[in-house]
Structures are given as C-alpha cells and as structure tokens.
Design a protein. Structure first.
Lengths: 113, 113
C-alpha cells in the first residue's frame, strides 16, 4: 500500500501522533493554514468519504470525537474551530486516505473554498 | 426557541427541503459559495459540534450519510466535494444550530479558512 498516511499509521514513516487509539489517529498538517491545523483520520485505509459504505459511516463520529477532544486539549473549544473534509479532486483532497482537517487558533475566514 | 433553522425544520418559516427524515434535513445555503452549497443538519437543536455529548456523536455520521446521498444525487460524487462544519465564533459559525456545509460543482480552492 503506497499511502503516506498508512505508512505513518504503521510506523514505516515517522510521525508525531497527537492522538492514537485502535481506530483513529491524528497528526499535524505539514502545511498548516492556521495556528492549529491537525489531521484526524481512520487507521483503516478508506480513500475518501465518497467511498464510505453505510456500515462504515460510524467512523465519521469517531473522527468528530477525536477532533473535539483535541480542540478541548488545545483550549479552542470555546473560541471555536473549523472541521473540513475534502473529497476527491474538486474537493481538493490531497491524499487519498480519508482525513478530517481541524483548524483553529485564529478567527477563520468566511470563505469555504 | 428563536432559531431560524428550528423554525425552518418545524415549518414556522418556509423552506425548500432537499432532504428530510426523522433526524436530519437539508436546505440550500442562502449565500451560496459554489454551484452546489447545501446545509445538512439535525432537526434537534444542538448549538454546535462542541456541544455534542458523547452519546449524540452518531448524529454526525447521519449528517455524513445525507451529504453523501445528496452528492450522489447531484452527480458530484466522482468529481468531488467539500464538507465543512464551522464551530462557534472563530470557526465562523453563522447560525448556532449545528450544520454541515456541502460544497461542490466546481474545483474548490485549497485555502480552508
């Protein structure tokens, strides 16, 4: 599997885990667009949200749980934050392994894309 | 409850439903930022994702299910799309009733906020 996020998940490529459990992990975005810019994703290789079979939809709630946990830990829960999932080409998905962006630490712009 | 999205949900304010079931509904964004710009949200009034108690997290998977359904219906599943949840002030949340933006129909920009 030639997927950079799978390689980080399995230790083949070194990465700093901000969070990790049996299903989900989180790392920093290497090109941050805000003071806090994390990526929260399943360990399982799912290419995009458009590839989520109905029985796999609960993983999205798991990503949300971890994003909320990290926002709380970073002290931005009350100030607010933004969650983005890019899907495939027109969505601007850079790596074909489903991931949720968590952005915060400043007032984010109203433009969504 | 003085919430515009609750009023649309309960029919007090007229709205065109793109989707509706017992838990979730979807409407067009009144200030669209892309050819397709829909809002998918719970009927239940939850102010933001930061207010989601752990037992309510599955609603996020329901929002995802409906967003994927609408993307499929609009023919943008293969081209791609973007999902955004703004949380509270710095996240740019305009209405304090949890909602997921579905944007598509053109190549979205890489800037996320």
């Amino acid at each position: 599997m030639d997927c950079i996020f799978c390689k980080i998940a399995n230790g083949e490529v070194p990465g700093e885990f901000l969070y990790r459990d049996a299903k989900v992990f989180a790392v920093k975005d290497i090109n941050p667009q805000a003071p806090i810019h994390y990526l929260v994703m399943p360990i399982e290789h799912i290419p995009s949200v458009a590839d989520l079979a109905p029985e796999r939809l609960p993983i999205v709630a798991e990503l949300m749980r971890v994003a909320n946990h990290l926002a709380e830990k970073e002290g931005i829960s009350k100030r607010g934050y933004r969650l983005v999932i890019n899907c495939r080409r027109e969505g601007g998905q850079a790596v074909p392994h489903l991931h949720m962006h968590l952005l915060g630490g400043r007032a984010l712009l109203g433009k969504l894309g």
